[in-house]
Design a protein around this ligand. Structure first.
Ligand SMILES: NC(=O)c1ccc[n+]([C@@H]2O[C@H](COP(=O)([O-])OP(=O)(O)OC[C@H]3O[C@@H](n4cnc5c(N)ncnc54)[C@H](O)[C@@H]3O)[C@@H](O)[C@H]2O)c1
Length: 268
């Protein structure tokens, strides 16, 4: 470990559960000075932050945050910067899944998911940039998905938000790396979290612990795109190098999902 996170101040959104909570814990384990935990859910945020505070006194700062509200994201990130006058990491991670047949998708659903999965990341990114530019350093880490790297049937809304997060992050990397800013965007396949709601996570889902170790190892290496696990890299490779084979796999997946919706009312 190179000490990349040692003594650093981070803000994490969606920090009360799943990957965001795992990132918070792993940042502390790697020596972070403070983590500002932003989340929409007061009870989950209170429980998670109180538990972590016991082992890491003075290092946990829960801030009730709805990432679809620009003012609340600014408060979270401003608070982190004001602690000691530096903002080292922002993890724009809050988000939700959306896998539905097109006939069930409304424009309200579109707006809701875009507000959360894309605009939430936009607010966090564009609030952090001027602070980090003034400092001359800082690392912004955005959460996308395998569905942002490759098109996945029944996920048009979700995929649209996640691919936008990837392309925005990549564009900013090239523009702002001369100012000392680093950008990463991570693209997992299935991770065992509450994102699956009442459904059991798919059998191929990896643990939060494994996911966050991979993410922070790659952030430390300043990797721009963090695609994991291996299955994600394989399918992304197929998409770029053998479109016919990729199309065959996605057509098969679409048939399976169509049949599952017809017979079970859900995609798995
Ligand atoms: N779990 C997976 O398989 C998977 C795969 C690819 C990408 N992702 C992405 O990872 C991110 C985290 O998801 P997760 O799997 O940990 O799910 P999760 O449901 O466990 O955690 C999401 C957290 O975000 C919070 N949240 C929801 N809306 C919010 C809002 N408006 N403002 C602030 N916080 C809000 C929730 O309260 C929750 O604590 C999401 O962006 C998701 O799209 C997850």
């Amino acid at each position: 470990m190179s000490g990349y996170f040692e003594g650093k101040v981070a803000a994490v959104t969606g920090a009360a559960s799943g990957i965001g909570l795992g990132l918070t814990e792993e940042l502390l384990a790697r020596g972070a000075r403070a983590v500002f935990m932003g989340d929409l859910e007061p009870d989950k945020l209170k429980a998670a932050s109180e538990r972590l505070e016991e082992d890491h006194p003075g290092k946990i700062f829960p801030v009730l945050t709805d990432v679809t509200r620009q003012d609340q994201v600014e408060e979270l990130i401003g608070g982190a910067r004001n602690l000691e006058g530096h903002l080292d990491f922002v993890f724009n991670n809050a988000g939700m899944g959306m896998t539905l047949p097109t006939e069930q998708i409304t424009f309200d659903i579109w707006r809701f998911v875009v507000d959360l999965n894309l605009m939430g990341v936009v607010y966090g990114t564009y609030t952090a940039i001027p602070i980090m530019r003034e400092q001359g350093f800082g690392h912004i880490v955005n959460t996308a998905s395998i569905a942002g790297l490759v098109p996945i049937p029944y996920q048009a809304v979700y995929a649209a938000t996640k691919s936008a997060v990837i392309s925005m992050t990549e564009s900013l990397h090239y523009e702002l790396s001369p100012d000392g800013l680093h950008f990463s965007v991570f693209c997992p396949a299935n991770v065992k979290t509450a994102i699956f709601g009442a459904m059991a996570p798919p059998p191929d889902a990896i643990s939060v612990e494994d996911a966050v170790k991979t993410i922070l190892d790659e952030v430390e290496r300043k990797s721009l795109i963090i695609a994991f696990p291996q299955m994600t890299r394989d399918i992304y490779g197929l998409y770029r190098t053998d479109r016919e084979a990729f199309d065959g796999q996605m057509e098969q997946l679409a048939r399976e999902r169509r049949e599952n919706y017809r017979t079970k009312g859900t995609y798995v």
